[in-house]
Design a protein around this ligand. Structure first.
Ligand SMILES: [Zn+2]
Length: 281
């Protein structure tokens, strides 16, 4: 489906950039950057259900994200000590395992059957095999997490709305997502330098590129308060493996990010990934 107008606030979209055959538009109303031609909900879900495990599970299994999950839980535990935690797009259950070790009662939702089987075999977790929209069990959660998941969704606002229903009052929502401004800016600069072909494969563009302004609006529209957006440290996933070939670029990015955080008191959000914590009103 081709979308000239913003799929969220319906304001007219403006051409933002084109990466190979994909055009991304920017909405001046809500600051969302969105793919102009979008796949159907069913096609996107089928990809995560059927193909994702074989292509990306090696990254998940590498153990390189353990440090990331520990840090995410440290951040969450500043708001909630413990309770019931639901991870959306739980993969093979590594965040759930880290949370359970720290005393959380955990539940996951994951469309890939193979990932669910790994989570069950390895940890005995009862992960719901399906999407958040299909999840119809009752259950109120203290915390809901989306780690690199929401920007893949065709209608992320529906996911946020469903998450709100499943959260207890004052429950915590945690998001981690690629920083849309960082990736699109780097792509535009690389295009000017005619090096976009070598840079593009390090950049992350899914259904949407989220900006801090957009996610703040999305959450405030859906009844969340105390929204704080942070620069996230690098995850150590596959992107970093590939970036390592570029002679110290990841270390450079991380050092610049820390320096910017220090100078701006965390106000300049320019890192490759952002994290957000909000509270259900
Ligand atoms: Zn909009």
């Amino acid at each position: 489906m081709r979308m000239k107008n913003c799929p969220y606030c319906k304001a007219p979209g403006n051409f933002y950039f084109k990466i190979f055959s994909r055009t991304y538009n920017w909405c001046s109303g809500c600051d969302l950057i969105y793919k102009e031609s979008q796949d159907s909900y069913d096609k996107v879900v089928a990809h995560y259900r059927d193909d994702y495990f074989s292509r990306y599970s090696a990254d998940q299994m590498s153990g390189e994200r353990d440090r990331l999950f520990g840090r995410i839980l440290d951040l969450i535990e500043k708001k909630k000590d413990t309770g019931r935690l639901l991870d959306i797009g739980a993969g093979c259950g590594f965040l759930l395992a880290a949370a359970q070790k720290r005393g959380w009662e955990v539940k996951g939702i994951e469309p890939s059957r193979q990932s669910v089987e790994v989570a069950q075999r390895q940890y005995g977790f009862d992960v719901f095999n399906g999407t958040l929209q299909e999840y119809d069990e009752n259950g109120e959660f203290d915390v809901i997490t989306f780690v690199n998941v929401l920007d893949h969704s065709v209608e992320p606002w529906k996911e946020v709305s469903k998450a709100k229903l499943l959260l207890k009052s004052n429950g915590v929502l945690f998001l981690r997502f690629p920083n849309g401004l960082f990736h699109s800016y780097l792509f535009k600069v690389s295009k000017k330098l005619s090096i976009e072909r070598s840079i593009a494969r390090f950049l992350v563009f899914h259904e949407y590129c989220f900006t801090p302004k957009f996610v703040r609006r999305l959450l405030s529209d859906h009844g969340f308060a105390d929204v704080v957006v942070y620069n996230a440290s690098l995850s150590g996933g596959s992107l970093i493996h590939r970036l390592r070939r570029l002679h110290g670029l990841p270390q450079g990015i991380e050092a610049m990010e820390k320096l910017t955080d220090l100078i701006s008191g965390g106000r300049i959000l320019w890192g490759p990934s952002l994290e957000l914590i909000a509270r259900k009103k």
